[in-house]
Design a protein around this ligand. Structure first.
Ligand code: NAD
Length: 495
């Protein structure tokens, strides 16, 4: 059997095992209800995961708390934690092909994308391994009350962290939380999205193999309510890091008020891509297309609003639509450019937005695309022109391969349109004029701005949102801060 066939078979077998929760380094079987694992390409049920409840949340939080209090991880030196993180990277690298097939099967993304996410996970653990032994405070000579003091600050792990992630890039979103939380010395409970829990469960096994002590990393599966909400309400959780929709982010803020747990929120977007009249269209048209069609539009920073100079509007929308039609849609284990949407629910959401946009007066450039595979949750790349800024397709996050094109005449108008949104996750400007590029980038109210590129995500750079796209930042040089508390210590030097 070839490696490819072997990994396809392994992923299906793993999906079909019937998974429980991972608590205190052991599998805890589902005690009640289960949730289907569905192959979104073929619309088939291929397995089941446990549907957790309040008791499971309590048990997982207790496991994390006990390991934290015992100091089995938080009490290690940064160097010792770094060594384990490097070992995790090696375990993921050794499992890369199987893990990529599992991710592609569960989410529907093309295998090439899943391989990229796994490779990125390996690098991210190595990056955070380099940070685990560089957690520094500072010192200060102080004179107060007529005496001399030495002040120093300590950075301490925040405690028990709950990590709640979405389905669109499951492993990647998970690693961007788990790796810094481990580097900081936290114990944690991961709650993957109910649509895509398999890579998080596999990760638990790999972390265990690499030597992460029992109870430090727990995974509980199930619906947002009661599992995600249970973590948000739980008094035993000190910190919650959430990636997902703005709507759920709001409910997490409310639910976490009881013990005022610290929050990081990476939320939704409706990101603008401004295309100026002088842009290099041969380069820009495919980039515009892949900035919204990549991963079938299920990307938080997707360039879902094209703000294009009126003089090139018609040519650009034709080119982007034509490019979209060249993309091969298909199953995760074939050579494809785009996979299906993650679920029947997501397919229905995307279809109804497009139908609503057409009913409101927008036009599908080139008509509705044809030749879409029929058995799974596929939706073809779609370009909408004649969009007004007030339409739902221009204001709300669709999270599918649907581009809303808006025309502008003056630069100020383009910036105003770009900022005319409740979101502020990402944005970009395409122009050959360097001065204009930087001036416009400074005016876009978003956490991540591209110049002649859109939506790059990298663990070496901070990511996060302005406005209703979130609180705080993940990744980059300050990535450990959300998982650390800072303590100031004052020492009397003269008795
Ligand atoms: P979602 O908000 O529906 O769910 C995300 C996670 O929250 C899931 O694990 C879900 O089970 C859980 N959840 C649901 N209800 C909850 C509740 N009441 N309390 C606690 N947890 C709850 O999002 P989704 O549909 O899985 O993912 C798509 C969304 O994620 C989009 O809005 C997208 O923009 C966003 N996203 C943001 C980023 C970013 O970095 N800003 C990255 C990827 C995705």
């Amino acid at each position: 059997m070839s490696t490819h066939e072997g990994s396809v078979a392994w992923a299906r077998e793993y999906a079909g095992r019937g998974h429980g929760h991972w608590i205190d380094a052991a599998w805890v079987p589902a005690t009640g209800a289960t949730l289907d694992v569905v192959d979104p390409g073929r619309g088939e049920v291929i397995g089941a995961i446990a549907a957790g409840d309040a008791a499971v949340v309590d048990r997982a939080v207790a496991s994390a708390r006990a390991s934290f209090e015992a100091g089995s991880w938080a009490g290690l030196s940064g160097t010792a934690r770094s060594t384990v993180l490097l070992g995790i990277a090696d375990e993921i690298a050794a499992d890369a092909e199987n893990l990529a097939h599992l991710e592609a099967l569960d989410n529907g993304m093309p295998l090439a994308s899943a391989r990229g996410h796994v490779a990125n996970a390996v690098q991210a653990f190595r990056y955070y391994a380099g940070m685990a032994d560089k957690i520094f405070g500072h010192t200060s000579q102080i004179q107060a009350r007529g005496h001399q003091f030495l002040g120093y600050s300590l950075k301490e792990p925040i405690g028990v962290a709950a990590l709640v992630v979405p389905w669109n890039a499951p492993l990647r979103q998970t690693v961007y939380k788990v790796a810094p939380a481990l580097a900081a010395g936290c114990s944690m409970v991961l709650k993957p999205a109910e649509e895509t829990s398999l890579s998080g469960l596999r990760l638990a096994e790999l972390l265990h193999r690499a030597g992460v002590p029992s109870g430090v990393f727990n995974v509980i599966t199930g619906e947002g309510v009661p599992v995600g909400s249970g973590l948000a309400e739980h008094p035993g959780v000190d910190k919650l890091s959430f990636t997902g929709s703005t709507e759920v982010g709001r409910s997490i803020v409310a639910a976490s008020a009881g013990n005022l747990k610290k929050l990081t929120l990476e939320l939704g977007g409706k990101s603008p891509l401004i295309l100026c009249a002088d842009a290099d269209l041969d380069r820009a048209a495919p980039t515009v297309a892949m900035s919204i069609f990549g991963n079938s539009g299920q990307v938080c920073s997707a360039a879902s609003r094209l703000i294009v100079h009126r003089s090139i509007h018609d040519e650009v929308v034709e080119r982007v639509s034509a490019f979209g039609r060249t993309l091969r849609l298909g199953y995760h284990d074939q050579e494809v450019d785009l996979g299906p949407l993650v679920s029947a629910k997501q397919l229905s959401r995307v279809s109804s937005y497009v139908d609503g946009g057409v009913a409101a007066g927008a036009e599908i450039v080139g008509g509705r695309p044809e030749g879409v595979p029929g058995d799974g949750y596929f939706y073809a790349p779609t370009v909408l022109a004649g969009v007004e800024p007030t339409m739902a397709v221009a204001r709300e996050e669709i999270f599918g391969p649907v581009l809303a094109a808006l025309a502008f005449d003056e630069v100020d108008e383009a910036v105003a349109l770009a900022n005319d949104t409740a979101f502020g996750l990402a944005g970009s400007v395409f122009t050959r004029d360097v001065g204009r590029a930087h001036a416009m980038a400074a005016r876009i109210r978003a956490g991540r701005v591209g110049i002649n590129v859109h939506g790059i995500t990298d663990f070496t750079m901070p990511g996060g949102g302005y406005k209703e796209s979130g609180w705080g930042r993940e990744n980059g040089p300050a990535a450990l801060d959300p998982y650390l508390e800072t303590k100031a210590v004052f020492t009397a030097l003269d008795g």
